[in-house]
Design a protein around this ligand. Sequence first.
Ligand SMILES: [Zn+2]
Length: 390
Amino acid sequence: MKAVHYEKPFQVSVKEVPLPKIEHPDDCIIKVTTAGRTAAQSGLIFGHENMGIVTELGSGVTLLKKGDRIVLPFNVADGRCRNCEEGKTAFCTGVNPGFAGGAYGYVAMGPYQGGQAQYLRIPFADFNALVLPPGHQHERAFALLADIFPTGWHGLTLSSFQAGDSVCIFGAGPVGLMAAYSASLRGASRIFIVDRVKERLELAERHVRGCVGVDFGGGGDVVEEVVRLNGGMVERSVDCVGYQASGGKKGGEVPNAVLEQCIRVTRPTGGVGVPGLYVPSDPGAVDEEVGGSPFFLRNGFGLRGSSKGRMSLSFGKLFEKGLHIATGQCNVKAYNRQLRDMIVSGAADPSWVVSHEIPLEDGAVREAYEKFDTRVEGWTKVLVRPNGDL
Ligand SMILES: [Zn+2]
């Protein structure tokens, strides 16, 4: 079968690889209809957002049947560890020894191949699969149930958001856009979204009712701007950027930049949600020096990363304001069923975030990775159709 193959940093190709096999009675195999994109490492097939049609079942799978259309949380979870029992499937301790959580096609997240391939093995299939209505309807929206729609929703939950709250979302990438959209669906009074890509801000303003884009590319103080527009600090802030936060005019990555802004922009006793990615170690980072990952070198930026996942934080200010802060990847299973039902009923349609749908062909895949990695305008969210058009 064909699959996206990692060549070297920032270079991929489409290659022939062996078909996946049932390796455990709880596995199933799907023919992938739609997959998202991921960062990846050597030896792994990309794609942590996966949906498709069940083609093969292990002898222990009882809830699924051949032909079922399913979407998989990007978290691989076993359904039997303590965290899974408590619904915290992003922190499953049974699928990736020594690490809380596993995922498909993801660096450091276990040996699970991704879905940018024609077929994919699904471990613990009964537990992980969410069954969708048959047919082709809502394919793009349902594909977003694997990660970004639940993750955006989760960002608000982490901030202890309640209907009527004002909220400032940092980052208008796919997760930030979904967080803003979720805030609108959940009854926010005011929604601000901060980014420096004008096109993304415009996208948010066009599709999220009441959303106001705030551009930090001009070099002004974003927090002052949001406070001015809101007539005071916001109740909730959500960091959808993570450790790769831009240093703005200073350039490079400043891992604590967004967290600092969240602490400043949130009103005393408010909440900060942090779904944005932070890593325990960033092999590309060189602390306090210029250097680092190929993307930033190639693009002529310096890099001030945090190779050990450490950073300074205004913890005193956080304490003084009595802020609530919560972090971590999204327990997709905690939300995906309800969000699926909102899509089916027409209460939600997040598919506007998808900018491109591409076939699993070498040229198209290379171009998509290149465009996305270098933040070319208009490439917001790319989906891959490994088995061609539906
Ligand atoms: Zn588990």
